[in-house]
Design a protein around this ligand. Structure first.
Ligand code: NDP
Length: 329
C-alpha cells in the first residue's frame, strides 16, 4: 500500500499535534515540516522529521499528497491558504467564522485552476460541530440548536489578556452556564443572551507593582472579548499558573431540541459533546482524517474548495467500504 504523503505548513501547537497525529495512522507518512523560521532552529517533537523553508515546498509538489495548513487563522491562513491551494491538496482549521465564505472563494479559485482539492474549516468548531449541527437540523427541521463551549481555555481570550499593560501571563477559561444547558435539555427553548450562556474566568500573572484594579477594569470592559460576559479574575503567581493550569483543554456541546408529530407532541434531543484534554491534538486528528479524504477525492478527480460538510464520512476512514459495512454500519 502506498502511504499518503503529508506535509505540515506552520509549526505551532497545531503543527506539533499533526506531527503526532500522523503517527497513529498507518496509511500515512510525514514528509516534512515547512516554516517561516530558520529550519535549523526548529526542534521537532519526534526529532525524526525534516524541516524546510516555505520556499522549498514549491519544489516538492511531486513528493507530497496533502499539505496540512497549521498557520494562524487571523493573519497566516488568508495568505498561506490560497498560495498553497495553487500547488497542493490542502486541509486547514480556518476558524474565523464570519470570513469563511471569502476564504472559501479565494481557495476555490486557486484550487480549481490547479485541479487540487482544499478542505477548509476543519477541526471541531468549525469542523465536527458544523457536521453535527447539519445532521441535527436536517433530521429535526422543527426545533432549535444551541452551542455551548467549554469548560476550556480560549487561546484568543488568553492572548487578549496578555496584551494588557502590566500582564505577564494569563489564561482564560470559557465556562458554560449549567442552568442554561438544563433549560435547553428540558425543551424550554429559551432565548439566551451571551451573558446567560457562558461566563469567563481569568488567571492573571501581573508584573510587580502594577495596578491590579486597573488590569481588572481593562479586562472586564474589553469590547467583543469580555464586556458582554460576567468575568471573574484571579491574580496568581507564575508558579501557580504553571502548576495549576497546564495544557490547552477545551470542548463543548451542541444540543438540538426538536419536535415531531401532528401537534408537535413528541420531543427529541440530539447532543454531541466534546471534552478535550488537548485542543490542538484533537483538532490535528480531525485535520489528519480529512487529509485522507482530500487525497482520495483528488485521486477520483475532485477539485476545488470544500468544507467538512461536503465530504462523505466514509472518505475519512482508513477502512474500505466493505470493512465499514461489516464493522460500523
Ligand atoms: P500557534 O500560534 O501556535 O501557531 C501559529 C503559527 O505561528 C505557526 O504556524 C508558526 O508558523 C508560528 N509560530 C508558532 N510558534 C512560534 C514561535 N515560538 N515563534 C515564532 N512563530 C511561531 O497557533 P496554533 O497552532 O495553536 O493554532 C493555529 C490555528 O488553528 C489557530 O489560529 C486557530 O485558528 C486554528 N484552530 C482551529 C480550531 C478549530 O476547531 N477549527 C481549533 C483550534 C485551533 P511558522 O512555523 O511558519 O513560524
Amino acid at each position: 500500500m502506498n502511504k499518503i504523503r503529508i506535509g505540515i505548513v506552520g509549526y505551532g501547537n497545531l503543527g506539533k499535534s499533526v506531527e503526532l497525529g500522523i503517527r497513529q495512522n498507518e496509511d500515512m507518512e510525514l514528509v516534512g515540516i515547512f516554516t517561516r523560521r530558520n529550519p535549523s532552529t526548529i526542534e521537532t517533537v519526534t526529532r525524526a522529521v525534516a524541516v524546510y523553508t516555505m520556499d522549498e515546498a514549491k519544489k516538492m509538489t511531486e513528493q507530497i499528497d496533502v499539505m496540512v495548513l497549521c498557520g494562524g487563522s487571523m493573519s497566516d491562513l488568508p495568505f498561506q491558504g490560497p498560495e498553497f491551494a495553487s500547488l497542493f491538496n490542502t486541509v486547514d482549521g480556518y476558524d474565523n467564522h464570519a470570513q469563511i465564505p471569502d476564504y472559501f472563494s479565494a481557495m476555490n479559485e486557486n484550487a480549481l485552476e490547479a485541479q487540487k482539492i482544499c478542505i477548509i474549516a476543519g477541526g471541531w468548531d468549525p469542523g465536527m460541530f458544523s457536521i453535527n449541527r447539519l445532521y441535527a437540523e436536517a433530521i429535526l427541521p422543527e426545533g432549535n440548536t444551541y452551542t455551548f463551549w467549554g469548560k476550556g481555555v480560549s487561546q484568543g481570550h488568553s492572548d487578549a489578556i496578555r496584551r494588557i499593560k502590566g500582564v505577564m501571563k494569563g489564561k482564560q477559561y470559557t465556562i458554560p452556564i449549567e442552568n442554561a444547558i438544563e433549560a435547553v435539555r428540558r425543551g424550554d427553548r429559551p432565548e439566551l443572551s451571551t451573558r446567560e450562556k457562558h461566563h469567563r474566568v481569568c488567571f492573571v500573572v501581573a508584573e510587580e507593582g502594577t495596578d491590579k484594579e486597573q488590569i481588572e477594569h481593562e479586562i472586564k470592559t474589553m469590547p467583543n472579548y469580555f464586556a458582554d460576559y460576567d468575568t471573574e479574575i484571579h491574580f496568581i503567581t507564575e508558579e501557580e499558573l504553571e502548576k495549576n493550569h497546564p495544557g490547552l483543554p477545551h470542548g463543548g456541546l451542541i444540543i438540538r431540541h426538536g419536535r415531531t408529530g401532528l401537534h408537535e407532541e413528541h420531543n427529541h434531543v440530539i447532543e454531541y459533546q466534546l471534552a478535550l484534554d488537548s485542543n490542538p491534538d484533537f483538532t490535528a486528528n480531525v485535520l489528519v482524517a480529512f487529509a485522507r479524504a482530500a487525497h482520495r477525492l483528488n485521486q477520483e478527480g475532485v477539485a476545488g474548495a470544500k468544507t467538512v460538510v461536503d465530504i462523505a464520512p466514509a472518505y475519512l476512514s482508513s477502512k474500505s467500504a466493505e470493512e465499514l459495512r461489516k464493522s460500523i454500519i
